[in-house]
Design a protein. Structure first.
Length: 199
């Protein structure tokens, strides 16, 4: 298979590359250190990426961010990052990529634990994650040409725990390698409309 991995240089993206790269032809995309440069907050950048890669069998996205902020300090401007990147950016990867994915191919997006297990300062990220989950579930019944769509919902990962532990008291982090296996399940499997939880 020819697989496009977006966010390939990130903590989870690197493990996805390792997991999928053993058997398939991977194209790495992201803001830094990748085969192709892409900013998922820009429709033009996404279009340019797809024009460069051409026809592919799967799109895997491990990119997208949101601001952590107390609700009383969460301004519309701060909230916009989660909307433009984690939510709208991922949705646009699908909308703009449908014509590039081969018959019976797949999209795999990223959500996160905060939408189901809330944390302080996590409302913006939870909003974006929940939107992506709902989009995946609903879009799955309309995907053309046998194309599947799923999402992966990781817990905080061990590799980022030193930076994130204060946001996730009482949580037990998971290795990014375990998260990558959920992406593999989505790409290789037959299910669609699923949100694979890695807790």
């Amino acid at each position: 298979m020819k697989i496009l991995v977006i966010g390939a240089s990130g903590t989870i993206g690197k493990k996805v590359i390792k997991e999928l790269g053993r058997e398939h032809d991977l194209i790495c995309a992201g803001r830094n250190g990748s085969d192709i440069s892409v900013d998922i907050t820009s429709q033009d950048s996404i279009k340019n990426m797809y024009e460069q890669v051409g026809k592919i069998d799967a799109v895997v996205n491990a990119a997208g961010g949101a601001n952590f902020s107390p609700l009383t300090e969460l301004t519309p401007e701060k909230n916009e990052k989660g909307i433009q990147s984690k939510l709208k950016g991922q949705v646009n990867l699908v909308l703009l990529g449908l014509d590039y994915v081969n018959n019976n191919g797949s999209f795999t997006l990223t959500t996160g634990i905060m939408m189901d297990d809330p944390i302080l300062q996590g409302a913006s990220a939870a909003m974006a994650n929940g939107g992506v989950k709902a989009f995946v579930k609903s879009a799955s019944i309309e995907m053309p040409r046998g194309i599947r769509i799923n999402s992966v919902s990781p817990n905080a990962v061990q590799e980022s725990w030193d930076r994130l532990r204060d946001y996730f008291p009482g949580f037990e982090p998971v290795p990014a390698g375990r998260v990558a296996i959920a992406f593999k399940k989505s790409v290789y499997g037959a299910q669609t409309g699923q949100n694979y939880e890695v807790y």
